[in-house]
Write a protein that binds this ligand. Structure first.
Ligand SMILES: Cc1cc2nc3c(=O)[nH]c(=O)nc-3n(C[C@H](O)[C@H](O)[C@H](O)COP(=O)(O)O)c2cc1C
Length: 362
């Protein structure tokens, strides 16, 4: 398989506020998916520089709800770890950052990109990109001052095409001590549709002086990674949906950067093993077979698709209720091996559910 040449400087180490990353490829947060079970499974494959939790409400952290503690679940095999917080109240955001330092987070990430109502309605997420009068920058500064941990921001390009505020905020954030940025190259109005505006990402890269900028959006292959880096000049890449579809992407990108060759794609057996590992860890996390299986159902569809399991098995996966049941099916797939014509699978085929529109209840 042909691979474009990797950018030579991607071999040089990258740090965020003094935290050295093992690679320049990070896992972008995907609420409901990039939880501890998934992160540790991806880390076991290797090549990932940094993982981030789902977005967590700052107030809920301070209240210590059981659901929030589940979202914050982590372990020694999950470092370096960035915890992403959202909220519109500077005091709460700063207190949450202090709490997270004691909890053991490596970095704090502030969400300024989320388009969904539950986040925007409390003044968090992409709503923060509308206020260029100084309140947003002051909030971020307060979080930076509250903790010695590096603070990063993940944002979109702006609210809509007429308000591309990301370069402005990038400059201001660097000035108040933010240690790195991730830019999803879409506006809030775009939601998850339309093309990623790479010129918009480049404008952010050019707006800052020293801090690293991670380009984000629709990177699903080595070719996408190469062109994103070339078009934007970004210092690293954050990959979300591409990592769900192909958890080997970080190891492949890392090998590509080091040797010019991403190596082989995952085999049928490796895909099957990963699928089981993910399920077992979801069960550990939810402390019960059934709850782990319910959580697994939404990811099972694309695992099943990648393995090209039968329609009946796909249906059974959507109703999975125990590990024993899964093992019964997996034993059959293992015995029969890949179906005729199975070669490998392209992450571009994955259809991962996204919030349906900017105003969706997600
Ligand atoms: C289901 C889903 C959940 C997401 N949750 C978060 C989140 O919690 N925090 C965040 O900053 N971005 C979130 N995003 C945005 C992604 O991190 C990323 O910016 C976006 O999906 C584009 O990158 P990708 O094409 O590599 O997935 C979410 C996206 C999706 C599809």
């Amino acid at each position: 398989m042909f691979s474009p040449a990797p950018p030579p400087h991607y071999r040089d180490p990258l740090t965020i506020g003094g935290v050295r990353l093992a690679s320049r490829f990070t896992l972008a947060p995907l609420a409901g998916y990039t939880n501890y079970p998934f992160r540790r499974s991806v880390r076991a494959i290797g090549g990932v520089g940094l993982c981030t939790t789902d977005l967590v409400n700052a107030r809920a952290i301070l209240e210590g709800s059981a659901k929030t503690m589940d979202l914050l679940a982590t372990g020694p095999d999950d470092r370096p770890l960035s915890v992403q917080i959202f909220g519109g109240n500077a005091g709460e955001m700063a207190d949450a950052a202090k709490w997270l330092r004691d909890y053991g987070a490596t970095l704090i990430d502030i969400n300024m990109g989320c388009p969904v109502r539950k986040v925007v309605s409390v003044g968090g997420g992409s709503a923060m990109m509308c206020d260029t009068t100084g309140a947003t920058v002051r909030l971020v500064e307060q979080v930076v001052r509250a903790t010695a941990l590096p603070v990063t921001v993940k944002m979109r390009l702006g609210w809509d095409d007429d308000h591309l505020t990301a370069p402005h905020f990038a400059r201001e954030f660097e000035a108040v001590g933010v240690a790195g940025l991730t830019i999803h190259g879409r506006t809030r109005e775009q939601g998850f549709t339309g093309a990623v505006n790479r010129a918009g990402i480049r404008a952010v890269v050019e707006a800052v002086e020293r801090i690293p900028v991670f380009g984000n959006g629709d990177v699903l292959s080595i070719a996408d990674a190469e062109s994103m880096i070339r078009d934007t000049g970004c210092d690293g890449l954050a990959i979300g949906r591409g990592a769900l579809a192909n958890p080997w992407c970080f190891a492949q990108l890392d090998a590509w950067v080091r040797t010019g060759d991403p190596g082989p794609r995952a085999t049928y057996a490796e895909r099957l093993d990963f699928m089981r590992l993910h399920l077992v860890r979801l069960i550990d996390w939810k402390r019960e077979d059934r709850f782990g299986c319910v959580n697994f159902r939404k990811v099972a569809a694309w695992y099943g698709k990648a393995l090209r399991v039968s329609k009946a098995d796909k249906h059974a996966l959507t109703q999975l209720s125990s590990l024993a049941e899964f093992d019964g099916m997996a034993a059959r797939w293992r015995d029969s091996g890949p179906p005729p014509g199975w070669t490998d699978w392209d992450a571009h085929e994955a259809q991962i559910a996204v919030p349906a529109g900017p105003n969706a209840h997600w």
